[in-house]
Design a protein around this ligand. Structure first.
Ligand code: SF4
Ligand code: F3S
Length: 149
């Protein structure tokens, strides 16, 4: 038998993510699915999901997404950002912030973008956290227009 429980990281390391989300004004909040934990205390992460940054971010890097993330799980290189799947709490707050719709729920990744799930996991672990909004990359507005936004 399993019960829902909030992960210890969710509670202790980042204050109250719900408060930060409320302050962001996001209307896209979905409650954390939470880890499933057996009553004997053994973790069972069957329900764990993540969000994924895809190729539309490349060359844009608008960083509006990081300003609303309650757990600082975005990492970046000079071209784009990546979400650490170990840290993402699956809240969805970042999705409507991206001006080029680069972020997907992993469950809704289009087939032609499925490779980005692994790319995010691989790249995020080697790159620094990006937690503050910065300037977009030079040429970002032109790329945004090319992408049809
Ligand atoms: Fe929420 Fe997006 Fe941050 Fe994941 S990356 S915790 S979905 S704001
Ligand atoms: Fe990239 Fe969109 Fe964030 S362009 S940096 S995913 S706001």
């Amino acid at each position: 038998m399993s019960v829902r429980a909030t992960s210890p990281r969710f509670r202790s390391d980042f204050g109250d993510p719900c408060e930060k989300l409320a302050a962001s004004g996001s209307t896209n909040f979905r409650p954390q699915r939470g880890a499933l934990v057996d009553l004997d205390g053994k973790p069972d992460y069957v329900g764990r999901m993540t969000f994924v940054v895809t190729d539309n971010c490349k060359g844009c890097r608008f960083t509006d997404c990081v300003a609303v993330c309650p757990v600082e799980c975005f990492h970046g290189d000079d071209e784009m950002l990546y979400i650490d799947p170990e840290e993402c709490i699956d809240c969805g707050a970042c999705v409507p912030e991206c001006p080029v719709e680069a972020i997907y729920d992993e469950a809704q990744l289009p087939d032609d973008k499925s490779q980005w799930l692994q790319i995010n996991a691989d790249r995020a672990k080697d790159l620094p956290v990006v937690a503050e909004k910065g300037d977009p990359l030079p040429g970002a507005e032109e790329r945004k227009e090319e992408l049809g936004f």
